[in-house]
Write a protein that binds this ligand. Sequence first.
Ligand code: UT7
Length: 332
Amino acid sequence: MAKIKAAITGVHGYVPEYVLTNQELETMVETNDEWITSRTGIKERRILKGEGKGTSVIGIEAAKGLLEKTNTNPEDIDLVIFATITPDMVFPATANLVSAAIGATNAFSFDMGAACSGFIYALTTGTQFIEAGTYKKVLVLGADKMSSIIDYKDRTTCIIFGDGGGAVLLEPSTDDNGIIDAIHKSDGTGAEFLKMKAGGSAYPATHETVDAKEHYARQDGATVFKFAVTNMADYAAKIMERNNLTADDVDWLVPHQANKRIIDATANRMGVTEDKVMMNIEKYGNTTSGTIPLLLWDYEKKLKKGDNLVLAAFGGGFTWGSIYLKWAYDAK
Ligand code: UT7
């Protein structure tokens, strides 16, 4: 019997309305549009405003849109996995809040935190349940409200990150299309270079942690950049080799949107030309767990059944990896 594959059968995204431009950032920190554009490729990012609005807002909007466009009854969803590092609360899981809001009353749900690799980790996890024949409909979300952990006085981080994300539906594949292969890695020795120190069990919130601004994401940009360039490119190349794919075979590179220079380096290493590289960093910045579903959403209309996609990500942890999949449907 042919092995069951898991295929993405729909995608939907959501970004908040508020646009934070490079020009506005120029009024907040010592920076300029030219520096941000040439060093990162980012022009603007979205910010979720409003008291009490967390990452679930993004997830709920994306999931609702996805159910509607795929004509899916929420009661048929078996599992909801939400990749995020900015959950509404430490607990309960944001995935549970989404399930309740969309009426996925028969699903069990959990969050997964792997920073910028969160979505590809979650996609691989969801795939296992479909391939094993355990479940028929798995909702995989990736979203972050990065503005909730960014210090808008720190010019080395505030120019990069934004809020947004998306959701995909995973179902058993009826043909050869679907997720074919995945390679994932993590290395905790990289933890110190990109992290939010306080707010967890090691350094719970105190007046001191707040005063020391330890509830914000901090990174050693140059070190993270070096590891990101090497690992994203290596693992994208590795998955091509392992599946005998040449650059011509690859229809789309779907790279985590951290920095245009990292994306260009990955494409160069793969030998893939710019017209095959999905990119929307200029309008959303780095939405952490949200970048890859947002790319799939933005490019959905260009994708054709059978297209070969290579997804690649690198992020805090360190975490990284790549996924090779064959797109399963033509956009309507
Ligand atoms: O998504 C998860 C993982 N995260 C990443 O992949 C991010 C990886 N890192 C990066 O993308 C880049 O390292 C950054 C965009 C964060 C920084 O770019 P860089 O080319 O590595 O710059 P740098 O940190 O080496 O700084 C170069 C100069 C410094 O000035 P001096 O010391 O040369 O005088 C910085 O102070 O640029 C200065 N600088 C800025 N200038 C204007 C740093 N941030 C800014 C800024 N505006 N926003």
